[in-house]
Design a protein around this ligand. Structure first.
Ligand code: ZN
Length: 199
């Protein structure tokens, strides 16, 4: 539902309600807080605008960045022979917090979800294959979420990579099924990376 025709206060409350984790009551509270703190409202608006204008996908791995390459792809100490494939930038951030992975990443920008009409053509499989064709990649680590769709996406990708000669591994199954990487704790993720196995 569009909120263009509403008054400014109601419009802000409606927009806030659309955010994850914010119900109608919180939205109303935030709206009134911002009305009482105009300076903060302006700073917040500027921060939102800056994110929208400046942050874009890394041209190599599709992580979020303000430059051409993200901080991981532009780090010469990262091992380019290993590519860890994740669904979203927030999954990448969770794995980085685990702290023990020294390779690079590839963000698919989602997962195959037929019910939502998201097919392989909507994801970044093409650029990933291109990276592998350029050479130097020895291992692709599947780190899609341990959900039905995440597993299906990993299976699709493993078929796609068959014949490229790269070793395909997946995170160890220490993670509770259905859990989302971003909510797993750092030690659990570190163990899952350490204990990865053949796909
Ligand atoms: Zn990158």
């Amino acid at each position: 539902m569009g909120t263009e025709g509403l008054g400014a206060i109601e419009r802000l409350t409606r927009e806030l309600t659309r955010l994850p984790g914010i119900g109608p009551k919180s939205a109303e509270r935030i709206t009134h807080y911002l009305l009482a703190h105009r300076g903060q409202a302006e700073t917040l608006a500027e921060a939102l605008f800056a994110v929208k204008e400046r942050v874009k996908p890394c041209r190599e791995c599709f992580n979020l960045t303000e430059g051409e390459l993200c901080h991981i792809c532009s780090d010469p100490r990262r091992d380019r022979s290993q590519i860890c494939v994740v669904e979203l930038p927030r999954d990448l951030a969770a794995l980085e917090r685990a702290g023990n992975y020294r390779g690079v990443y590839h963000v698919l920008q989602g997962r195959i979800a037929p019910l939502e009409n998201i097919g392989p053509e909507n994801l970044t499989f093409g650029p990933l294959l291109e990276r592998i064709r350029r050479g130097g990649v020895e291992e692709v680590i599947m780190a899609t979420n341990p959900t039905l769709e995440g597993d299906g996406t990993a299976l699709y990708l493993s078929n796609l990579l068959a014949g490229t000669g790269v070793r395909i591994t997946r995170l160890a199954r220490g993670l509770p099924s259905g859990s989302v990487l971003e909510f797993a704790n750092a030690q659990m993720l570190a163990d899952a990376i350490e204990g990865r196995r053949g796909f």
